[in-house]
Design a protein around this ligand. Structure first.
Ligand code: ZN
Ligand code: FE
Ligand code: FE
Ligand code: ZN
Length: 268
């Protein structure tokens, strides 16, 4: 089992230090993990209403600590990842920043529509009165643009717009088809993010049908718990692997300095 989406207390909305996450990963028998804490938004020239990322000055320390832990770990492989917000207009800046650091992989995620942090429980009230069809359209356009930017190895929680259980009245399949093609055409991996199970949406990001469409398109996949607390590492992974197998996947991707290799999926 490989968990590539792990946060730390650096992002101000998770708890636990790197070592605590590593300890749980060992206890749960994971073979490989990767930290993917939130890239400093200030470096993209964006300061959100609530701080949700590390400070710019903390980035070098984060990188050094993860690399030190990785170098000292024998049984468990530890990778250096990062979760970067996709914000239209910041592409050049992101590219410059990512080229500086030795990341094993980069997860691209959408948490903002303009200033609105629509994944943050504090701002979930703002879904009220919105046209969900329109909102899903805007969100999936951003997903398509994020893939097209070619900046990311993995698209994070691809349908997180469903997090609080709001859905459009019209069919979502055309949006999923579009997203799957965008992933395929750009060579971006899909992430099976198991955190959705514990959100009001109550299912993985993405759900089974969306997963099947990605599989049919030949999109590669990684797994992530999006742990914001140490005990959440590898959460729902048995069920996650079962869902991947059901959708027709037989392997997941492992990253090393942004190069991929494939690891067979099996229920352990
Ligand atoms: Zn977070
Ligand atoms: Fe995220
Ligand atoms: Fe995350
Ligand atoms: Zn995330």
């Amino acid at each position: 089992m490989i968990d590539y989406h792990i946060h730390t207390s650096l992002c101000r909305h998770a708890r636990g230090c790197l070592e605590e996450y590593v300890e749980v990963a060992r206890q749960k028998g994971l073979k490989e993990i990767g930290f993917a804490d939130h890239f400093p938004l200030d470096l993209l020239g964006f300061t959100p209403p609530s701080q949700v990322t590390m400070d710019p000055g903390e980035l070098p320390g984060y990188i050094r600590q993860v690399r030190e832990l990785a170098a000292g770990s024998k049984d468990l492989k530890i990778k250096l990842g990062i979760e970067v917000d996709y914000i239209p207009g910041t592409e050049d800046r992101v590219k410059e920043m990512l080229d500086i650091y030795p990341f094993d992989y980069v997860i691209g995620s959408i948490h903002f529509m303009d200033e609105w942090d629509f994944t943050h429980p504090k701002y979930a009230v703002d879904y009220a009165g919105k046209d969900m069809g329109e909102l899903y359209g805007i969100y999936f356009d951003l997903v398509e643009q994020a893939c097209g930017s070619g900046l990311f190895d993995i698209m994070g929680h691809i349908d997180v717009i469903k997090k609080f259980g709001y859905y459009p009245s019209k069919e979502m399949e055309p949006l999923w088809e579009m997203a799957a093609r965008a992933l395929k055409n750009s060579g971006t991996c899909l992430e099976l993010n198991t955190a959705g199970k514990d959100a009001p949406a109550g299912e993985f990001y993405p759900g089974l049908r969306f997963l099947e469409i990605c599989r049919r398109e030949g999109v590669h996949v990684t797994m992530g718990s999006d742990a914001h607390a140490p005990e959440r590492v590898g959460r729902h992974f048995k069920e996650g692997i079962a869902a991947l197998l059901k959708a027709g996947y037989s392997e997941q991707v492992s990253f090393d300095r942004r190069n991929r290799s494939f690891v067979p999926l099996r229920v352990e």
